[in-house]
Design a protein around this ligand. Structure first.
Ligand SMILES: Nc1ncnc2c1ncn2[C@@H]1O[C@H](COP(=O)(O)OP(=O)(O)O)[C@@H](O)[C@H]1O
Ligand SMILES: [Mg+2]
Length: 252
């Protein structure tokens, strides 16, 4: 169904954490899979107690050389504990090479009944991450509300929203209010980019999500999960509608 690409432009704002939380919250009536497509990846397997590379994006890419099939994709997926299927990536050179081989647009077309939540890591302006963004139905940039991050966001927002609208998710507190970030993004891009929502800075919730013993409670009770829920619902709405939301972010 939809190809959603999540990524960052600077620092480590919490992309992997957000994608996992959104994946756990994705409605059961929609088929979903998470894909770790981050060349610096290797984060999902250790956090969720999965095998690091067997199977993985690397084994999937090797098998997909002669064409993609839903069966091969699903058999390359593991599963987050009590959660959705996930294609993990070991990170490093093997993952970078695998990312060159997999055509995510084709994968999305081949998995017609599935929403793909792709953790692309750092959204570089060229290479596989750029191609991934060009093929996405929605691109979600995760940022911290700090000057260095926002300066890069405003610099890249025009190019990133050239082919489709761009959504930003602001993680944690900082000197810049969400409404101001939203207004600056809209102004810079002529309303092609905006803030979709904000997620609480909740280090304890993020750590609990990424470790055993407390994950289930974190998903039910943490501030991280409660604030992510709003983002998840908006993303599901976007996927169902297939069109961008025109409304302004809260406080804008
Ligand atoms: N919403 C959040 N609030 C506080 N800490 C967070 C949040 N999301 C992630 N973190 C923490 O920030 C660090 C980086 O998170 P991660 O999700 O791996 O970021 P990225 O994928 O952008 O590199 C981890 O220690 C994680 O626990
Ligand atoms: Mg990450």
């Amino acid at each position: 169904m939809s190809l959603l690409v999540f990524g960052s432009l600077k620092e480590a704002p919490g992309v992997t954490t957000l994608v996992a939380c959104v994946g756990y919250q994705w409605p059961r009536h929609r088929r979903v899979a998470l894909v770790e497509a981050d060349p610096d990846g290797g984060a999902v397997a250790p956090r969720f107690g999965l095998h690091p590379d067997n199977p993985s994006l690397v084994s999937f890419a090797a098998g997909a050389r002669h064409g993609l099939s839903p069966g091969e994709f699903w058999s390359a997926c593991q599963r987050l504990p009590d959660g959705p299927p996930v294609l993990v990536a070991p990170g490093g050179a093997a993952t970078a090479a695998a990312l060159e081989q997999v055509d995510f647009g084709e994968l999305d077309r081949c998995l017609r009944d599935t929403d793909l939540l792709v953790d692309a890591g750092r959204l570089r302006a060229s290479g596989p991450q750029a191609r991934l963004c060009a093929q996405a139905d929605f691109v979600v940039v995760v940022v911290r509300p700090r000057f260095e991050s926002l300066a890069v966001l405003l610099d890249r927002a025009g190019a990133l929203s050239e082919h489709r609208p761009l959504s930003a998710v602001v993680v944690g507190d900082g000197p810049y209010p969400v409404g101001e970030i939203d207004a600056a993004l809209r102004q810079t891009t002529g309303d092609r980019a905006w803030v979709l929502g904000s997620v609480a800075g909740d280090a304890r919730g993020a750590a609990a999500l990424a470790g055993d013993g407390g994950r289930e409670r974190a998903l039910r009770r943490s501030q991280l999960a409660r604030t992510t829920r709003v983002v998840t619902d908006l993303l599901v709405h976007l996927c169902s509608a297939g069109a961008p939301l025109p409304s302004r972010a809260e406080g804008a």
